[in-house]
Design a protein around this ligand. Structure first.
Ligand code: TMP
Length: 215
């Protein structure tokens, strides 16, 4: 962590394809941290701010077609708000921030699966974030066909994409994880309880103060 103003805060992004169980596991993590009395902030992207939640409705609406460039800029617009209004202030207060998606989603979905190009997306993302990076990224890994089989209810615009798109997202996450030794990958191909234990162990191996081993 290079920025002195956030020396006590910790920012962890959780990533994965559709149906990998991020939201379920983040909710369970948050409940566990609550029981242990460990303060944290659970937030999601796109969203997490008033403007971000409105952008979320537009970008995920199946009835609102957008081109890939617009899609990218909408996600980044939400992120610019999110970083300045939520993440930076929380880190400056020394909080633990758990984000349901952050920049790696944009690299995987827009940069790679949509083919907008990783270098360009990284540059535009850096503009949106002002250079703020997560301290760590956790990817929940699940075969995309299995992940999509787990989904039910109304599907949003991205969830409705064809299987090849979701396969490309999974391949992109795999490549991104392989090129960054700091990324933690956790297999989600098991029961919720088993995956939650695996996730907690991975987090406590890296940050034992925030995620006490065996707690
Ligand atoms: P969610 O359903 O996990 O909240 O995520 C919303 C969708 O938005 C999901 O399909 C992934 C997608 N997404 C992107 O394509 N790019 C991004 O930068 C982000 C944050 C999400």
């Amino acid at each position: 962590m290079s920025d002195q103003t956030r020396s006590e805060g910790l920012f962890i992004a959780f990533e994965g394809g559709e149906g990998a169980g991020k939201s379920t596991h983040l909710r369970r993590l948050a409940e566990r941290l609550d029981r242990l009395g460990i303060a944290h902030l659970l937030v999601r992207e796109p969203g997490g701010t008033p403007a971000g939640e409105r952008i979320r409705r537009v970008v995920l609406d199946p009835e609102t077609p957008v081109c890939a460039e617009t899609e990218l800029l909408l996600y980044l617009a939400s992120r610019a708000e999110f970083v300045r209004r939520v993440v930076r202030p929380a880190l400056e207060r020394g909080e633990l921030v758990l984000a349901d998606r952050f920049e790696m989603s944009t690299y995987a979905y827009q940069g790679m699966a949509r083919g907008l190009g990783l270098d360009r997306v990284r540059d535009l993302n850096a503009f949106a974030t002002g250079g703020l990076k997560p301290d760590g990224t956790v990817i929940l890994v699940l075969d995309p066909d299995v992940g999509r089989g787990r989904q039910h209810g109304g599907m949003d615009r991205l969830e409705r994409e064809h299987a090849d798109f979701h396969r490309a997202v999974a391949d992109a996450y795999e490549l991104l994880a392989a090129s960054d030794p700091g990324v933690i990958t956790v297999s989600s191909d098991d029961t919720v309880d088993a995956v939650q234990e695996r996730l907690w162990k991975a987090l406590s191996d890296r940050w034992p103060d925030r995620f006490p081993p065996g707690a």
